[in-house]
Design a protein around this ligand. Structure first.
Ligand code: PMP
Length: 355
């Protein structure tokens, strides 16, 4: 802290995405990365990339990636925005669309990064509690105008809301901007991109970090009515935010070209999630129904902090939140089958586990 800092920075609580350890030999189940490599075509695209091109600036429009996303979604290029990870896309969304006169509505328990932007931009916000069974009840988000943001599936709970509920929300709030963060949607939830052509107030954000295994390259996108996309482009261009770099764009396009590999990875993650959930249940955990590449689980006899420390001692990293209401849950990313077996075996060794 320094007297030279602007006031909004002084009260800022930095977002902590979770440990990225530099030591070898840890089983890393704490930041929802994909355990499988990106599509083989990504390696080829990077290997064959003509490095001479790197002396030029990248295409500010990322036109080729937008065209690939347009083919993939059936949307037009002017309904698509791309940025350096969905965190950047969200940052620009908060700046361009969610600073309204009315309070922004968002779940009390959700991706904590939203609150960083709320604080940074001095946005008024109303945090809506989850239901007792940790669901987002969209009937509580109806407001005549303003902004609404939620993650679907939600994080860290992993629970998704049905598309019909999103449709009802959009029907009842035509003058509010509704942002649906679909970072995890590919792992079994229904995407609201299907509604983009019907509702001009809907913006959907997605990422290549999770289902496409490209967290290391920072690629995110948004889909919405062209007027919403134009707002994002305007903010991005006036800040001179960087477009995607050339390697990220080439990798993203290659990834979109291999849907068979993509579907195969998703199926593997879902199958592993299924048996892991059952194994955790047998050990006395309550596991929320997940449509993501992680599970959110609490044990009957042990606190979240105790469990996290025990696993950490045994070289397994998981995520624990101190927020009241979820302080006894662990968020456990779905790794390979071998990693999840190691997790379950380690938990079984704990003296207070059922099984
Ligand atoms: N939204 C949610 C709900 C997330 O959990 C994350 C990843 N932590 C992101 C967005 C951002 O992902 P990225 O910036 O890697 O695209």
């Amino acid at each position: 802290m320094s007297k030279y800092w602007s006031p909004s920075i002084q009260s800022l609580v930095p977002y902590t995405p979770g440990e990225q350890p530099q030591v070898e030999g840890l089983i890393k189940l704490n930041t929802n990365e994909n355990p499988y490599p990106p599509a083989p075509g990504v390696a080829r695209a990077l290997r064959d990339f003509e490095t001479d091109r790197l002396r030029l600036y990248p295409d500010p429009e990322s036109a080729q990636l937008k065209q690939a996303l347009a083919r993939n979604t059936g949307l037009e290029c002017d309904q698509i925005f791309v940025g350096n990870g969905s965190d950047e896309v969200l940052a620009l969304t908060f700046m361009a669309l969610l600073r309204q006169d009315k309070p922004l509505l968002l779940p009390e328990t959700t991706y904590s990064f939203y609150n960083v932007y709320i604080d940074l931009y001095g946005i008024q916000a109303r945090h809506v509690p989850l239901t007792d069974d940790f669901r987002i009840d969209l009937s509580q988000y109806r407001q005549p105008n303003g902004g609404i943001i939620f993650a679907n599936p939600n994080a860290p709970t992993g629970i998704s809301v049905p598309l019909d509920d999103i449709r009802s929300l959009l029907e009842s709030t035509p003058d509010s901007v509704v942002v649906v963060d679909e970072a995890y949607v590919d792992f079994g939830a229904e995407s609201a991109t299907a509604l983009v052509n019907e509702y001009p107030n809907l913006l959907v954000t997605q990422t290549f970090s999770k289902s496409r295994s490209l967290a290391g390259l920072r690629i995110g996108c948004a889909f919405g009515h062209k007027d919403l996309i134009e707002a994002l482009e305007r903010v991005k261009n006036s800040f001179n935010s960087y477009p995607l770099d050339m390697l990220a764009e080439a990798a993203a396009i290659a990834s979109l070209e291999d849907e068979a590999y993509f579907n195969d990875c998703i199926e593997r993650v879902i199958a592993t999630r299924q048996w892991t959930t059952e194994a955790l249940n047998r050990l006395g955990f309550e596991v929320l129904p997940s449509h993501t590449n992680f599970v959110f689980a609490a044990h009957a006899n042990l606190t979240g902090a105790e469990l996290m420390a025990y696993l950490r001692e045994n070289k397994i990293l998981v995520r624990h939140f101190t927020k009241p209401g979820i302080e006894n849950h662990l968020r456990i990313s779905i790794g390979t089958d071998a990693e999840m077996r190691a997790l379950i075996d380690c938990l079984k060794q704990h003296p207070q586990m059922a099984d």
